[in-house]
Design a protein. Structure first.
Lengths: 323, 323
């Protein structure tokens, strides 16, 4: 007698990070069947990374006959949704790789890829602070300032999959040099290194006493500034206020453009809490057009950084499959 | 014997302008069955305007038994797509009017309303320079600077129907006073009065000879500046260059945000042609992120201002009905 087992549908979510590549098999409700990770090796080519990943994946899946994988979602730096490629990621020696077709060799299913910030936005919409929202902006505050924008319930990809570079709008004409080569981008004022530059700029201009003056510029981090601010260091607190002002002013522009229900921030600096959120909210309201006042919520992400990446990759796959 | 006539489906498009309200009955391919207009009377309440409009409409439609109207699209200033309202339009003594429910009393069909710039974007997508595009920005350069943004083939409305105020992003921190009450908006530098202010600002700062110096500030118009520029007046030409620089720099930011296939400009100033388009293109390319260079086309609208408004209103109705 043949027994038909109704298999449980799940997707594989993969987050390719600079240090670790995390992957997990997830049901549509966000429930993990399993989660695992492998180290990301900078010098290694993409094919080797996926060989190591699928070796581990296959060991897991072999002992789970009741699970049916129906798709793969991948989050990666410089990923192009339309082309299925990852193009010259800063921290990986990959060059341009056709990731979707590469992964198809390991698992022949629908495969979707997009960049980390877009993944974060979808993860937030399905499982985090943006549940139920159809128009919101996810801002990632870390080494850079990234963003994923949701309009009418879907991601803004633009003509070529590279839209949503909200960290690279100009907030100071002829301002600070940005990593992108231009001057005055939001990222140069609100990323982890942006807040370090804000702190040193305050020292330079106001000459107030601060423990920051004892730390060399190249050793100072947003975490140190945060710790000093909590201890009451005036300059450290001002550095967060200045960062919040830049973000709040930029968010006023983003509101004129998108009028989102919420702007959600995540990443290391976002965890500073009220010492950053309060100045953001103040300067957003001070600078936004009259018709938008009081309308846009500023919220901290509802997910941990690891969850947003892996759950987001899985959620992205479900989002595309169910369209 | 009863004869069944297959009726031709058409929609009614209405553009409520400051001077005239134009309306037309249009097939899906953009073919007009008829077009007519009534004067818009500032002091009059909305109900009276629509009574006059539908009196005229009914006379037309009475002699067209082969036409079946299946919906109404309306473009109006300060129109809210979600609520169906027009809210405190500057040039009309309306206050807040529930236009959709008001018009339903005259014609009980699906009725859709949105603001002029959104209508222009839809008209451009169906019949103008944006045919076939799914990601583009329509910028209207006139008394103000308006915009309609198309993402994934649909309009960006935002949480409340008021998204797409690209004329009110800040291009000069603590800059010129804008009509919206704030300082430094793009509109204060690139609207019809913005270019007048640019011209006078050049006189003030550079003190060069110009025929503009003979015209009082309150009499100067973008049309006069254009005529002087064509005659070779240096300051008048520079006024267009400065205006184009502000637009080009702002478009570089819009590109980082949306990466559109094209940015399409329409309205009085847009008709200046190359003396405006060339500096826009130059400053866009000079200021855009490396990955976006050469990707975004700057195009003049493919429709006249009247056509974009009425055909746009009709196209908007078709767009909503066929969703």
């Amino acid at each position: 007698m043949k027994v038909n087992i109704v298999k449980k549908e799940a997707v594989l979510g993969i987050d390719i990070g600079g240090t670790n590549t995390v992957f997990g098999v997830m049901e549509q409700n966000g429930n993990y069947i399993f989660k695992d990770s492998i180290p990301t090796i900078r010098q290694e080519k993409a094919e080797k990374l996926f060989t190591r990943l699928f070796d581990k994946f296959n060991k897991h899946i072999k002992i789970l006959p009741e699970i049916k994988i129906i798709g793969v979602g991948i989050g990666a730096p410089n990923a192009n949704y339309y082309k299925g490629t990852v193009e010259n990621p800063v921290n990986l020696n990959w060059g341009v790789v056709d990731v979707v077709n590469l992964v198809k060799k390991y698992i022949d299913l629908p495969i979707f890829i997009t960049n980390d910030a877009n993944i974060a936005a979808i993860g937030e919409m399905k499982f985090g602070a943006a549940k139920g929202l159809k128009n919101f902006i996810e801002i990632t505050l870390g080494t850079g300032v990234g963003s994923g924008v949701i309009v009418n319930g879907d991601l803004v990809y633009g003509q070529d999959g590279f839209a949503g570079e909200l960290g690279h709008v100009i907030v100071e004409k002829n301002g600070r040099k940005c990593g992108c080569g231009r001057r005055g981008c939001l990222e140069a004022y609100a990323s982890a290194s942006g807040i370090v530059r804000n702190a040193y700029n305050l020292l330079v201009n106001d000459n107030n006493d601060s423990k920051i003056a004892n730390i060399p510029f190249s050793d100072l981090t947003s975490k140190i500034i945060y710790d000093f601010a909590i201890e009451g260091d005036l300059v450290a607190k001002q550095a967060f206020e200045v960062t919040g002002e830049y973000l709040g002013r930029a968010f006023a522009d983003f509101t004129a453009i998108f009028c989102p229900e919420a702007i959600i921030i995540y990443g290391g600096i976002a965890r500073a809490g009220d010492i950053l959120l309060n100045p953001i909210k103040k300067h957003l309201e001070d600078n936004v057009m009259e018709i938008f006042k009081g309308k846009v919520k500023i919220i901290e992400s509802g997910l941990s950084e690891e969850d947003i990446a892996v759950m987001g990759a899985g959620a992205f796959c479900w989002h595309k499959l169910k369209k």
